[in-house]
Structure formats: structure tokens, C-alpha cells
Design a protein around this ligand. Structure first.
Ligand code: MN
Length: 313
């Protein structure tokens, strides 16, 4: 028996209800519904909390977790994400600063990579001219090219890679992916600050993946603290050239690692967490055995169970 709790935005709650409509069996007080489906019991509360129980709880919850991550949340939800005391000051983006971003967190296969980049005020415009911009709008080939440009321009950076073996170890130890990300960002910043020596940036901007208070809780649990002038904002890569550069460095490394993993298993490993991913995972399990997944994938993702089912067919 496992339990999974999700907090879903309103628009998804509606979708959830219509999805399970035919399997709703009761509506206890303070709930929107209670349903049984696909080996899981689902209770949706009026507060937006949804409880998944039963042997397939994790698999069933995962469908909605992914949707929740990618859904266009309501305007109010978006606003609340950025309602904290760690917004960068107005003139921040034109000043010398460190930016950080990660890649690979939503991908079943491959590592998590985190980049931290220091950009001076006079480098910001030239780097924009060279095409250093939000990596989500760029192809993988272009990203690889731009990462080389950053190296050639001798832009100071640090890059950390959490490989799958270590990722799975930490996950089994009870680390959430959020904690892994927080520690990677923190270490990348620390390493870069050390590299910079006497040079003191105006501040540090983390591309926000959780509330700053949660980020702090994570790093404090490992005896670390937030450096002075650290700021957080979502979609920071669209505003900060340093974060855009960090996202390019991180993504380029992720792409490179995916190529390396693909070569090691003799098949092109797809990015993301789609059905194609399940099929490739099943192929790898058949060819190398289940243990291989520990070295190439984030095994706690629902894709592992789906792949195992495909293998049995
Ligand atoms: Mn990001």
C-alpha cells in the first residue's frame, strides 16, 4: 500500500473529476469525489489536495503530476509562485550577476545537470547578440554550438552532473528531486563564487523551481545556508542573460550525456517521459536486464513500471 498526495490547480481538478466520472462511488464531506480506478483509490478534496491510495497509487498519481507540472496554471497560481521576498531588484538584469539553471529533471533517462554562470554588466549585450537566450526556444544542435561559444568567450561557469546511479541512491535515501536540485544549484554557486575569488557579483539569480523557503529548508538540512543577495524567479532565463547562459550550459551537457548513454545501450534514448520512453526502457530491460536501468534512468518515475509491463507482454 502506498499513498501519494498531490495539490492540483482548479482547472486540473475539473479534468480529474470528469476523467474518473464513471468510477466515482461516493462523495464524503469536504471532498469533490472518491473513485476507484486502475488499482488505485482516488480522493479529491475541496482544498485541491488529491490522495491516491493502493498498489497503483504512484502510477495513477504520476499521470496527474506531470499534467500539473506542465499545465497552464490559473493566473492566481502563477502570481502566488512569485509572491516572495526574493524577487531580484528592478535593475538587476543589467548588472553583473550569477545565474543558475538545470536540465534533465523531467526526463526519465539521463542525469540532472546544473550550470552556474557569471556574466558582467558589459558582457550582457554582446552575449545577447551572440544568441545567448532562453534555451527552451533553441534546438539541441544550436544549444551545443552556443555552449561552445560561452567557453570560447571565457565566460566563468561551473557545471555539475548528477548521474543516474547517484540520483537513484539519493532518491532511495529519501531525498526528493527538489532537494537534489537545491543542493546542485547551491554547490554550483559555491564552486563558481570560489572560482571568482575577489570578484563579487551584485547577486545570484536561481531559476525558481520551488518556493525560496523550501529551497532554504533543503540546503539547511545539509548544513548549508543561502549566500547573500540570492534571488529567485520563475522563467528567469527570459530575463537574465546569466540564467539563459546557465540553461544552455546545463542543457548542452544533458544532450551530450544522452548521446553517451545512447551509445552505451546501442539505441537512441529519447528525452522526456513519453510512451516512446517506455518502449526504449523495455528494450533496454530485455537486452541488459532490469539492473541496467539504475545506470541510465531515474528509476522511481512511473515509466519503470510501465516498461516492466511491456517486457512481460
Ligand atoms: Mn529552470
Amino acid at each position: 500500500m502506498s499513498n501519494v498526495v498531490l495539490q492540483l490547480p482548479k482547472n486540473l481538478l475539473q479534468k480529474l473529476k470528469s476523467h474518473y466520472q464513471s468510477q466515482i462511488h461516493q462523495t464524503p464531506v469536504n471532498t469533490i469525489f472518491q473513485a476507484k480506478a486502475n488499482g488505485a483509490s482516488i480522493t479529491a478534496y475541496s482544498s485541491g489536495k488529491v490522495l491516491f491510495q493502493g498498489k497503483n497509487a504512484a502510477i495513477e498519481a504520476d499521470k496527474w503530476k506531470t499534467l500539473a507540472l506542465h499545465s497552464n496554471q490559473s493566473q492566481s497560481a502563477k502570481v502566488s509562485v512569485n509572491q516572495h521576498d526574493y524577487q531580484p531588484p528592478k535593475d538587476f538584469f543589467s548588472q553583473s550577476h550569477i545565474g543558475t539553471d538545470e536540465a534533465g529533471t523531467g526526463d526519465y533517462f539521463g542525469p540532472i545537470t546544473v550550470g552556474a554562470v557569471y556574466v558582467t554588466d558589459d558582457q550582457i549585450e554582446p552575449l545577447k547578440q551572440l544568441g545567448i537566450t532562453d534555451s527552451k526556444t533553441l534546438t539541441d544542435d544550436r544549444i551545443t554550438e552556443l555552449a561552445k561559444t560561452l567557453v570560447r568567450e571565457q565566460i566563468p561557469y561551473t557545471l555539475l552532473t548528477l548521474d543516474n546511479k547517484k540520483y537513484n541512491q539519493l532518491q532511495k535515501k529519501g531525498w526528493s528531486q527538489g532537494k537534489m536540485k537545491a543542493m546542485l544549484h547551491h554547490h554550483a554557486i559555491h564552486k563558481l563564487a570560489k572560482k571568482l575569488g575577489e570578484v563579487k557579483p551584485k547577486g545570484i539569480l536561481v531559476d525558481q523551481f520551488c518556493q525560496p523557503s523550501v529551497y532554504q529548508k533543503h540546503i539547511q538540512s545539509e548544513g548549508e545556508g543561502l549566500p547573500e543577495n540570492t534571488f529567485f524567479m520563475t522563467k528567469a532565463e527570459s530575463y537574465s542573460t546569466a540564467v539563459a547562459a546557465a540553461s544552455i550550459i546545463a542543457r548542452a551537457k544533458f544532450v551530450k550525456e544522452m548521446d553517451r548513454l545512447s551509445k552505451s545501450v546501442g539505441v537512441t534514448i529519447p528525452k522526456g517521459a513519453s510512451n516512446k520512453v517506455d518502449e526504449t526502457a523495455a528494450y533496454i530491460i530485455r537486452k541488459f536486464g532490469l539492473n541496467k536501468m539504475n545506470q541510465v534512468a531515474k528509476t522511481h518515475f512511473a515509466n519503470t513500471e510501465k516498461a516492466k509491463k511491456l517486457v512481460k507482454k
